[in-house]
Design a protein around this ligand. Structure first.
Ligand code: SF4
Length: 454
């Protein structure tokens, strides 16, 4: 009998959790048509790039990386090279890639990801080059198989796209307008995940707070959270990303009154100066942001708050930057992802006057990072001597012979290695801390302990 050779796929993912989640779907679809996962490019029959376009540099990186596969294609012309994700949703970029890199077989948009198996089969059969990009999602988002990358944690998309049009961001143009998934579908998916042993689910969307406004039924994000909390057996529920403009008091109460919704809020500030926030089209002032944080801390004092901040936005003067630094010092975020503004063609900010010179952006970024690192260290050291509950994930990448896990507040904790603990929730007493990591000793191996600390 003629036994068919095993076929392999390799996915290279750039960007945010939404892309990571899409890559799980790409993996699921490819496995469904007979491909197996490999980490080795030389073994792959399909190499798929799931791209991000939020930063200009990402584009150069992807062109470089895809370009470097030319030799591989010359050695093995049967290999299928595909590129998808947000970057391919920009017509000129997709066209440029198609023209410049003729060894690419498939270019796929974000709205028609579910077409991947059909197109791969077509290419394998006819050796056609295919470029297929839909402008928008047609009808309901089809249910596609996915291969989850973790055993105990999973991402679940609840809303795709964004209606906000922040002036620096390309997402609304490449991901389209907001489209919520029906709540029954989300709950069904989570029940299945919980049945498979998943303990923690992160609900994903560019702006989870606006969930439901486009559905026929009357449901908002807080109501969805309450339903998931009540109807599923999850130990931990997380969500990201929240938009300060749509953040509600009801949401704070919902988190406070639930055992399973984790006390961690990622709430992008972007700038601490109201005139800059206005130019960014963020829809809130620095004072309104400050008052949301006060409300969260009044109701949930143990909550960890993390954020994103951009320095060097067009028109940002020294005094505006100082306002951001002051706000960061006052609020004391547990952690901040800091960026220097990167001009993104196709967005209004790219054409704004008063672009800030690169050396000024670099200096401000360094200054901000220094301030934030000290705050992160202070916040983490406050936990030394305290007990936290940790979902143990598995071996630590950077600490041989140790395991790594996360607190409810999403802080990383390194604990003594014990393979029996993978996927369990344990209590650990924190012994030491740096700006990014906590180190603990196990104080109890009792499973599934809820804790108001950490
Ligand atoms: S909220 Fe603003 S930054 Fe976030 S995805 Fe939407 S447009 Fe982009």
């Amino acid at each position: 009998m003629n036994k068919q050779r095993e076929k392999f796929y390799k996915i290279i993912t750039y960007g945010c959790q939404m892309n990571e989640r899409d890559s799980e779907k790409i993996a699921g679809m490819l496995e469904n048509i007979g491909y197996n996962k490999t980490e080795n490019l030389d073994d792959a029959d399909i190499i798929f790039f799931n791209t991000c376009t939020v930063r200009k540099k990402a584009e150069q990186k992807v062109f470089g990386k895809v370009g470097s596969l030319k030799k591989l294609k010359e050695k093995n012309e049967d290999i299928i090279i595909g590129v998808g994700g947000c970057m391919m949703q920009i017509e000129e970029t997709a066209e440029k890639l198609y023209q410049k890199l003729p060894h690419v077989d498939l270019i796929l948009g974000t709205h028609n990801l579910h077409r991947l198996p059909v197109l791969v089969k077509k290419i394998a059969r006819n050796r056609d080059r295919i470029i297929e990009i839909w402008d928008q999602q047609e009808g309901l988002i089809p249910d596609v198989p996915s291969r989850r990358s973790g055993d105990y944690k999973a991402w679940v998309s609840i809303i795709r796209g964004c209606n906000n049009f922040c002036s620096y961001c390309i997402v609304p143009y490449v991901r389209g307008r907001e489209k919520s998934r029906p709540d029954e579908e989300i709950i069904q998916e989570i029940k299945e995940l919980a049945g498979q042993g998943v303990k923690e689910v992160t609900l994903l969307g560019q702006n989870v707070n606006s969930y439901g406004h486009d559905l026929d039924q009357n449901i908002n994000f807080s109501q969805l959270l309450k339903k998931i909390d009540k109807m599923t057996d999850l130990k931990r529920i997380r969500f990201m990303t929240s938009h300060p403009r749509d953040f509600s008091v009801d949401l704070i109460k919902t988190i406070k009154n639930s055992d399973s919704i984790c006390e961690h809020l990622h709430l992008p500030l972007q700038a601490g100066s109201t005139p800059i926030l206005k130019k960014m089209n963020r829809g809130y002032t620095a004072e309104q942001y400050r008052s949301i944080i006060t409300s969260i801390r009044d109701e949930i004092p143990q909550a960890a708050i993390t954020t994103d901040i951009i320095v060097g936005f067009p028109g940002e003067k020294e005094k505006h930057f100082q306002e951001t630094l002051n706000l960061v010092q006052d609020i004391k975020f547990d952690m901040a992802f800091t960026f220097s503004y990167s001009r993104r063609e196709g967005t209004p900010a790219a054409d704004m006057k008063q672009q800030v010179p690169e050396d000024v952006k670099d200096r401000r970024l360094q200054e901000l990072m220094k301030v934030q690192n000290e705050i992160s260290l202070y916040k983490n050291q406050e936990l030394v001597g305290k007990e936290v509950s940790v979902l143990v994930e598995g071996p630590s990448k950077n600490n041989p012979d140790k395991y790594s896990g996360r607190t409810r507040t999403r802080k990383q904790v390194i604990v003594p290695a014990d393979e029996n603990l993978a996927g369990k929730i344990v209590r650990a007493k924190i012994q030491k801390a740096n700006s990014w990591t906590l180190y603990g000793e196990l104080s109890s191996t009792q499973q599934d302990v809820y804790s108001s600390t950490g």
